[in-house]
Design a protein around this ligand. Structure first.
Ligand code: FAD
Length: 495
């Protein structure tokens, strides 16, 4: 029997989903969020919620036999990753044929595992990517609102310039300047007052204990501390965890969901039917696109357009590293980026290698402008999705990255590190942290994320943005969701 009490359901608890829940809750609309991952608020036997970065355990990853950290090797040795028990851990790596995607799993989605870098994209590029969105309104209203609600803050200049924990960033900045490239200080959602306390020894260490991709035990203002806490405080929002939405069907003037509830070891506890009037998809680029493709191709939502699945891209992500003395103390939260967008179409975050030892490496996650796009397809045999994306589509990104880092190496007498991404590989171009697209705004949906072909069905996450945004994406995803929800709550849900 269907659980029919739901006025609005939001699938997922990442950025887009959290905005939807807060704004619906504030309007007095009873809203249920369904999240396949766990709520991360219970300490394990070691007293910590998340596992240590350098000694990971089952909490690290989503049902894997071994951790899959992006730096696979050190000095060519496979010493970074280790066997773990299969469990509903916090970081997932989803493998497609020629591209892999890292994702956060749990209440807060990607905010639990990401580097917290809160970048408002360059207006000119935003206008190029989303020409039909009013940029005045975005930059005047919704970007400031997103930054404020996410509790974005900026490192104190005196701390950045003096602390040993950012020596790696300062050295990389100087070397970038030697090569003629500018850098920028990047705001973050990590609480820098807490970080200064960590450095003084008065606050428990998290960023300064190298924590990031397997979760931060302190300091990080992830969505469970901001948008989702505010949403719950309205009294109208509830979150159901370890609830995986598998199927969406049309049901009267709303939707019927088939949802699998599991325990953290993967055992199926219950298969539920939940019906609702308004359905918001915030399951991320992969999750949302998969649900809609399955519904279209199985005939559950037959009016969905051919646009579903199209326009995907990895935000031009390429990871690379050079030789450099970085210091053995490195904060896990990046605060500087090389901005070579104008001449080279590269914006590269200066990333830490928080190994606790001197690795003689300077690491970068480069975001590049790459016009190539991929397409998702539903595969009836596996009941999953495939991604039509070929390795060679990263060629424009590699060319751009070379334009910056060949010059960095030439002027600073450094070399690429061939021992971090598998032996001999200097550019890691086969994974992304920034999956974008699959249900593009203005194509698969209308200009506000209303899915074309079916009423009361909305997309609110990174799948709206066509493959590239030229900066780390979560501020853009949040601000766009704010814009869309402000319209949708005023017009579609005004009662
Ligand atoms: P997500 O945050 O991915 O949320 C989707 C949620 O839906 C997840 O919780 C998922 O478990 C859930 N879900 C999926 N399918 C289902 C289903 N069928 N049923 C129920 N629940 C479901 N971006 C930045 O801007 N700055 C950074 O510094 C940064 N660093 C990053 C570092 C790492 C390691 C990673 C992985 C990402 C990083 N990102 C960063 C990217 C950023 O986190 C993502 O762009 C962002 O989280 C995407 O938001 P979203 O709302 O689209 O979906």
């Amino acid at each position: 029997k269907a659980d029919t009490n739901h006025e609005a359901v939001v699938i997922g608890t990442g950025y887009g989903a959290a905005v939807a829940a807060l704004r619906l809750g504030q309007r007095g609309i009873r809203t249920t969020m369904l999240e396949m991952g766990q709520l991360w608020d219970e300490p394990g036997p070691d007293g910590k919620i998340f596992c240590p970065m350098l000694n990971p355990d089952r909490r690290a990853m989503w049902f894997k036999d071994r951790t899959e950290a992006p730096l696979e090797t050190l000095l060519g040795l496979p010493i970074v990753n280790r066997p773990i028990e299969r469990y509903a851990g916090v970081l997932d790596k989803v493998h497609f044929a020629e591209m892999a995607v890292y994702l956060g799993r749990g209440v807060g989605g990607g905010s639990l595992v990401n580097g917290g870098m809160a970048v408002t994209p360059k207006r000119e590029y935003f206008e190029e990517v989303l020409p039909d969105v009013d940029a005045d309104e975005m930059y005047g209203k919704f970007f400031p609102l997103a930054n404020k609600t996410l509790r974005v803050n900026t490192i104190r200049p005196a701390f950045l310039e003096s602390t040993s924990w950012y020596q790696y960033a300062r050295t990389a900045r100087r070397q970038a300047a030697n090569a003629g490239f500018g850098t920028q200080v990047i705001p973050n959602v990590y609480d820098f007052a807490h970080m200064e306390g960590e450095a003084r020894g008065t606050k428990p260490k998290s960023a300064l204990a190298g924590e990031v991709i397997y979760g931060n035990n302190h300091g990080k203002m992830s969505l469970d501390k901001t948008y989702l806490a505010d949403a719950l405080a309205t009294g109208n929002v509830t979150i159901k965890t370890l609830h995986h939405v598998k199927r969406i069907q049309q049901h009267q003037d709303g939707y019927l969901l088939t949802v699998e509830q599991r325990d953290p070891f993967g055992k199926l506890l219950n298969t539920k039917k939940i019906s609702c009037r308004h359905l918001f998809l915030g399951a991320g680029s992969l999750g949302t696109t998969e649900l809609l493709l399955r519904a279209r191709d199985n005939g559950d939502l037959p009016n969905l357009s051919d646009e579903i699945g199209r326009g995907w891209g990895p935000n031009g992500n390429v990871m690379t590293a050079r030789t450099m003395i970085g210091g053995f103390q490195q904060s896990g939260m990046p605060v500087l980026a090389i901005d070579a967008w104008q001449d080279h179409e590269v914006f590269a975050e200066i990333a830490p290698v928080p190994a606790g030892v001197e690795t003689l490496a300077s690491l970068y996650l480069a975001i590049t402008k790459n016009p190539e796009r991929g397409t998702f397809h539903y595969d009836r045999g596996t009941d999953g999705i495939t991604l039509d994306w070929r390795r060679e589509q990263m060629k424009p990104s590699i060319r751009a990255v070379r334009g910056v880092f060949d010059e960095m190496n030439r002027t600073n007498l450094s070399t690429y590190r061939p021992d971090l991404f598998g032996i001999g590989k200097v550019f890691s171009d086969d994974f992304t942290y920034h999956p974008l697209g699959g249900c593009l705004l203005g194509r698969a949906t209308d200009e506000y994320g209303r899915v074309r072909g079916h009423k009361n069905l909305y997309v609110t996450d990174g799948s709206l943005i066509g493959g590239s945004i030229g900066a780390n994406p979560f501020v853009s995803i949040t601000a766009l969701a704010e814009r869309n929800l402000s319209r949708i709550t005023a017009t579609d849900l005004n009662h």
